[in-house]
Write a protein that binds this ligand. Structure first.
Ligand code: MLC
Ligand code: AMP
Length: 489
């Protein structure tokens, strides 16, 4: 993001990132990411939108890699740290990545794939990230670092250029890469910075995965755009989160409903008045969780609604009534209309993505007259939107992740003991929806999970199995999924 980098220069010695590797200022982020960019460029003038896929845990190495890719003119393709080899290989192949970057922790998982596909492979420490860690440890008094990372002149970036590809599951069997430009990301960020009044005095605790927009845009990039501090935990851990939430410097927290209900299951008494805002989204927030959270912390969660393709769309207000069970009104720069009966949400705005990578037909089908069709159904009641569900039963939201029933079925059908199968999402108090599978065949849940975990991310692996003599089908032979959900409730 062009203006993201320009603004970072103004923030200089302010704290940008606190992570397992240490505490780092904006100046350090700019210097190290320029070094990363130089190494990625390896003498070239511009990566010219080459796809750089990276598998890096949440922390300093992630942020410097992401910024390095952008500053070298590449497209950042963040990979999921929970994906087994087949899913990683799909992302590398589908994105037509030419460079693959792995944190040393994930080298074993990624190097063989890069070799198999003939791609340039780099470790984050080959990019200079680790070598520079010690020299660049946070020191607010230090004006000159002494170590100058070797970097060439960095390319000029036009806002229209593609910046990022995030994989999202949908109504097709394989995930699609959602391509956003620098201008799209800038629009998504500035909408949230305005609506939620981010300032450089903010300090957010980051606990979300970094291969989806919630963690990437709403938390990390909004913080860095505002000059705030982003404190990154390598993964979600309820005890650590409670420990940090009481820290007086924290001002913001954002997560998915499952994270709030996990935290509420292990409550810890404390004073949370120093936090100015707690946001929840990515899936419907049950009113019971909102109420329980209010009892535990005194905070009324601000629920908002968004999508990978669009960034955030609707939000309850920062000031004023936050209505439980509702997702509020349009965020700045976003236009929404409800179309049809039941009414689908259509969205327009500068934050809306450019295309699905290499899928012109899917891209064309997702838009009508310049509006993006979300597939989500809602009503407007007394000035606020309430979500009613989705138009496709094959899209499941579990733990805040969107997963495709069709994708899971396609993988499970390869199991020799499964004759037929149907995957559905069944309402669940902890996960929102739980991925369940009904099969005709002979298999235990344990066997199925062990087998499926080699092929699918853990959150896609069914956690409930029903063995049936036959699947409920209509006269056309199609599985009646609503009927199946009822049977599995
Ligand atoms: C994990 N497990 C599940 C599961 N996920 N079981 C059922 N359903 C699921 N969805 C199981 C694992 O198999 C494992 O069991 C055990 O739980 C622990 O696994 P884990 O991987 O350690 O899970 P955990 O860390 O507990 O994950 C929970 C979570 C995570 C809530 C922290 O799901 C998460 O980070 N969700 C956030 C997703 C997100 O950021 N979405 C935003 C998308 S963007 P076993 O038995 O196998 O050991 C978007 C747009 C917008 O939606 O609006 O924001
Ligand atoms: P993703 O494709 O992972 O970006 O997920 C986007 C989807 O998450 C949306 O299309 C909605 O179905 C769902 N979603 C996000 N926020 C909310 C919310 N607050 N309430 C209900 N559904 C939500």
């Amino acid at each position: 993001m062009i203006s993201l980098f320009e603004r970072a220069q103004l923030y200089g010695d302010r704290r940008a990132i606190i992570a397992a590797e240490g505490t780092f200022s904006y100046r350090q982020l700019l210097e190290v990411s320029a070094g990363v960019a130089g190494r990625l460029l390896a003498g070239a003038a511009d990566l010219r939108e080459a796809r750089v896929a990276f598998l890096v845990p949440s922390g300093w190495h992630y942020v410097t890699t992401q910024w390095g890719v952008w500053r070298a003119g590449g497209i950042a393709v963040p990979l999921c740290t929970q994906h087994p080899a087949p899913e990683l290989e799909y992302a590398l192949t589908d994105s037509q990545a030419s460079i693959v970057v792995a944190h040393p922790q994930f080298e074993d998982r990624l190097r063989p794939l890069a070799q198999k596909l003939g791609l340039r492979f780099l470790r984050t420490d080959d990019l200079g990230v680790r070598r520079l860690d010690a020299a660049f440890q946070f020191d607010p008094g230090q004006r000159q670092s002494g170590v100058k990372p070797p970097h060439s002149k960095l390319p000029e970036l036009s806002p229209k250029r593609r910046a990022m590809m995030v994989y999202t599951s949908g109504t097709t069997s394989k995930p699609k890469a959602v391509v956003t430009t620098h201008a799209n990301l800038e629009a998504q960020i500035s909408s949230l910075v305005t609506a939620w009044e981010w300032t450089k005095n903010d300090h957010i605790l980051h606990v979300l995965p970094l291969h989806h927009v919630h963690g990437i845009v709403n938390v990390l990039l909004c913080a860095l755009s505002a000059g705030a501090t982003c404190e990154m935990l390598p993964e979600f851990d309820a005890e650590k989160v409670w420990e940090r939430l009481v820290a007086p410097e924290l001002t913001l927290f954002m997560a998915v409903p499952t994270v709030y209900s996990r935290l509420a299951a292990k409550p810890r008494a404390g004073d949370y008045r120093h936090i100015r805002l707690m946001v929840c989204g990515s899936a419907a927030l049950p009113v019971s969780v909102l109420e329980r959270w209010r009892e535990l912390t005194g905070h009324t969660l601000l629920e908002r609604y968004g999508m990978t393709e669009t960034g955030m769309i609707l939000s309850n207000p920062l000031h004023g009534e936050r209505r439980p069970g509702y997702v509020g009104t349009e965020l700045p720069g976003i236009e929404v209309k409800l179309v049809g009966d039941p009414a689908e949400i259509w969205v327009r705005g500068l934050g809306v993505f450019r295309e699905y990578w290499n899928k012109p037909e899917a891209t064309a089908a997702a838009f009508r007259d310049g509006w993006f069709l979300t597939g989500d159904v809602a009503v407007l009641e007394k000035g606020m939107y309430r979500m009613l569900g989705r138009s496709s039963i094959d899209i499941i939201k579990t733990g805040g992740y969107k997963v495709s029933a069709l994708e899971i079925e396609e993988v499970l059908r390869e199991h020799p003991a499964i004759k037929e199968c149907a995957v559905v999402g069944v309402p669940d108090p902890e996960w929102g929806e739980r991925v369940c599978v009904a099969i005709v065949g002979k298999l235990t849940l344990e066997e199925l999970r062990e087998w499926a975990k080699q092929r699918l991310a853990t959150y896609k692996v069914p956690s409930r199995l029903a063995v049936m003599d036959s699947l409920p089908r209509n006269t056309m032979g199609k599985v009646m999924k609503p009927e199946l959900v009822k049977q599995l409730l």
